[in-house]
Design a binder for this molecule. Structure first.
Ligand code: C5P
Length: 306
């Protein structure tokens, strides 16, 4: 029996997201403080000798992908690109445990693609240099490089320029999605008339000892896609209000192009209590208490999973 490999695909959170310009090809220049959480999808797989790439999707959010052709899934596209780049004749049977809502601003598909690149490099024992991997990641989507990087960083350019920041403490968070997918291109288009933010506002040396200190610093920044997203999907305002109303909430904000929002809470107890209270009122929302995770913690939990 061949070995089973496993990789976590943690949710990506844009703690702030500033749009600072637009390129001629229509992509936007941005500046975003990105972190990762303990909640995420999980990709596992076994090696095949015949080059075939098979993907099975399981888990609570698998139904949202049931209509998509498997060959179009970012995991399969990542695997094919890696085969082409490396020239390997190996394939894989992959199982994606889909726990994150789809098209929801927390990087679900991008995190899955990045986890596929990591898992298959390991499984196929590839020795690709970081530049080649980053190029493949960017060709799969603007958020894939940061998910491949997998640690707290400042993301700029269209998503490909990554500056490492001091890791954040395990700040308590609550993630909520109102159960509706949003189209990222539509949100970017809807903010077309808004001004650009200035860049360079974030102090990349700054360290934070607590969620309160982080929330305080973040209050000077924002998510420049919020207005556009709430005009397309007003439920996002309901989510932000629900998060902010609960005891211990230090900051409530949308991630990426939405619709998932996060609350930073003073303690994990308060995040869990808030999750129960909000779920009672909104049984159809996806609600997940979690915490910010460091790269170190992710690597250790991967070792535990395989
Ligand atoms: O790269 P990705 O396929 O994830 O991007 C989806 C869409 O989001 C792009 O087609 C573009 O409309 C918009 N986008 C953007 N600027 C970025 C990232 C995404 O305009 N930096």
């Amino acid at each position: 029996m061949s070995a089973t490999y496993s990789e976590q695909a943690p949710a990506k959170i844009n703690l702030f997201l500033h749009i600072t310009g637009k390129r001629d090809d229509g992509y936007h220049l941005l500046e975003s403080l990105v972190c990762f959480t303990a909640v995420g999808d999980v990709l596992s797989g076994e090696c095949r000798d015949d080059g075939a790439i098979n993907l099975t999707i399981t888990g609570p959010m698998s139904a949202s992908l049931a209509l998509e052709e498997t060959k179009n899934n970012l995991v399969v596209r990542a695997a094919r690109l890696l085969q082409e780049e490396s020239g390997t004749s190996l394939g894989a049977d992959l199982v994606l445990d889909k726990r994150l809502p789809v098209a929801s601003g927390i990087g679900g598909g991008s995190a899955d693609a990045a986890s596929a690149l990591r898992l298959l490099c390991d499984m196929w024992q590839l020795d690709l240099d970081q530049n080649a991997l980053s190029r493949i990641a960017l060709s799969l989507g603007a958020d894939v490089p940061v998910c491949l990087h997998g640690r707290t960083c400042l993301m700029s350019g269209i998503g490909e320029e990554l500056t490492d920041l001091p890791e954040l403490p395990p700040v308590a968070m609550l993630l909520i999605n109102p159960g509706k997918a949003v189209s990222t291109p539509a949100i970017f288009k809807a903010r077309e008339d808004e001004a650009f933010s200035v860049s360079g506002l974030w102090d990349v040396q700054r360290e934070f000892a607590s969620g309160a200190a982080l929330a305080d610093a973040l209050s000077e920044c924002g998510n420049d896609l919020t207005l556009a997203a709430t005009s397309i999907l007003p439920e996002i305002c309901d989510v932000l209000n629900a998060l902010a109303r609960e005891e211990g909430c230090l900051l409530a904000r949308m991630s990426g192009s939405g619709a998932t929002c996060f609350g930073i809470y003073d303690t994990s107890d308060q995040a869990e209590k808030a999750a129960i209270a909000i779920a009672a009122q909104h049984p159809d929302w996806w609600i997940s208490p979690t915490e910010i995770i460091s790269q170190q913690a992710r690597v250790l939990s991967n070792i535990g999973a395989s």
